[in-house]
Structure formats: structure tokens, C-alpha cells
Design a protein around this ligand. Sequence first.
Ligand SMILES: Nc1ncnc2c1ncn2[C@@H]1O[C@H](COP(=O)(O)OP(=O)(O)OP(=O)(O)O)[C@@H](O)[C@H]1O
Length: 255
Amino acid sequence: MKWSLPKHYNRRIARAIAEFDLIDDGDRILVGFSGGKDSAFLVYSLAVLQEHLSLDFDLRVLTVDLGFDEEADYTKLEQFCNKLEVEYEVKETEIARSVRQANQPCAKCSYFRKGVMTNYCQDNDFNKIAFGHHYDDAVETFLMSILYSGQIKTFRPNTYLSESEVNVIRPLVYLREKEIVTAQNIMEYEAVESPCPYDGDTKREEIKELIQSFADKKQVFYNLVAAMREGNEIELWPEELSREELKDEVNNLWQ
Ligand SMILES: Nc1ncnc2c1ncn2[C@@H]1O[C@H](COP(=O)(O)OP(=O)(O)OP(=O)(O)O)[C@@H](O)[C@H]1O
């Protein structure tokens, strides 16, 4: 294969693979490809690494056709995979119809999409699903979760789904989004537009702008990275008491 990855990208992806134990010998990995820049780079880098790593693993690329566009054409995606010599398949679904009336269409769509992929894994003997989430996605999700849901959490680079016995892996977690944008020249692929009418998650955009607004945005980004690590110092308020417990505690004060 004539394709290659610059050293810098190799190092970051290899770091994620080694640190989070993302790929093992004998793995069969199903790669989620939307046609966007992130998953295109994921397909590209896994195809290149398959040639160069000492690990022996299989790859197949899957696009879940969400059903938003009846005229959807996947030729460009297929040609990209052919060029990289990886198998490519499109799975048609009617997810669009089920999420149109939903309160949170994006969350529901992503849930159904993952369901389609795990079913595909079970039917075709794949043990891992790879997604193209990157460093900025992880930090933005962490901050969104605190600000909009009151929970301190983000997605993990490697998550075992016990019900379907599949691991979801995210090999690009150490790459910044701007590095992936630059990588479009390396892989000779132009991202296709998403057919989704809800594209452009406004909450995520808000968070992106917030991080960008700090004078020392790089330091702020890496402080958030530090905060989302287990083992980092945590000093939180005690758990909230139930209404009854609190009432008793307050009453005791007056006796
Ligand atoms: N229709 C789809 N079919 C298969 N996999 C998908 C699809 N949509 C998204 N994915 C996978 O889920 C990941 C996260 O999805 P999300 O919608 O957040 O994409 P994104 O950050 O816009 O990435 P991309 O640039 O690849 O579209 C993608 O990187 C890709 O691996």
C-alpha cells in the first residue's frame, strides 16, 4: 500500500492503542464511517496501521444509512475504502423516521446507530467497533456533561458493552480536531456533508466557542484533560441527603 501516516499521527494513535489496550491479535474490528472527516481519518489510519503494526487484526467499514436522504450516494465512501483495500458495506435503516418526533433526536439516533452496529457485530462475528471521536470531542463531552447534565463524565477510549459482548474503541482520542482537519490532504479524501437535518449540535458548538474564548485556551484545554482523568484529586461536597434525612438532621438541631 502506498499510503502512510506522518510520524506525529502514528505516535498519538499508537499511544492510545497501547495505553487503553485498544487492539489485540485476532480482533475483528468494525469501523463506523459516516463519510465525515473524523471517521474518514479513522478508516485511513487503521488501514495504514494494519500494514505496519505487529498486531494481526481484521477490518471492515460500515456506514449506517440513517434514512434521511432517499437519494444518498455512497460511491465516494466506497471508492475511498477500495483505494485503501478495506471491505466496505452500507446498512440501510429507518432510524430517521423513529427520531423525527423525538425530544432529543441526536441522542436517540446515536443510540439506534450503535444498536445497528452491535447487531451487525453479533451477526458477522466482530468483537470491536471503532468510532472516530477525538481529543476535542472527549473534552467537550466532559464539559457539556457538567454544564448541561450536572454529571462529571465523558466517554471512555475503550468501553466493553456486556450485553452485546463488544468493545467500543476510539483510537483517535489523542488527536486534536485541527490535526484531523489538516490530515485531509494526507488521505486525499474530501468529507461529504451530513444528510442529517439536526447536524451541527448547537450545545457542542457553544462549548467549543467557550473553550476558544479563553486567552490561554491551550492551557484551559489541557487542564480539562487533567480533570477528566481518574486518580486526579477530587474534592466534592458530600452526597445530598434525602428530604427525610435532612428534616431529621435539622429537627435535631432544635432539641
Ligand atoms: N452513519 C454512520 N454510520 C457509521 N458510523 C457512524 C455514522 N455516524 C457516525 N458514525 C461513527 O460515530 C462517530 C461519532 O459520530 P458523530 O456523529 O459524533 O460524528 P462526527 O464527530 O461528526 O464524525 P465524522 O466527522 O466522522 O462524521 C463517527 O466518528 C463515526 O465513527
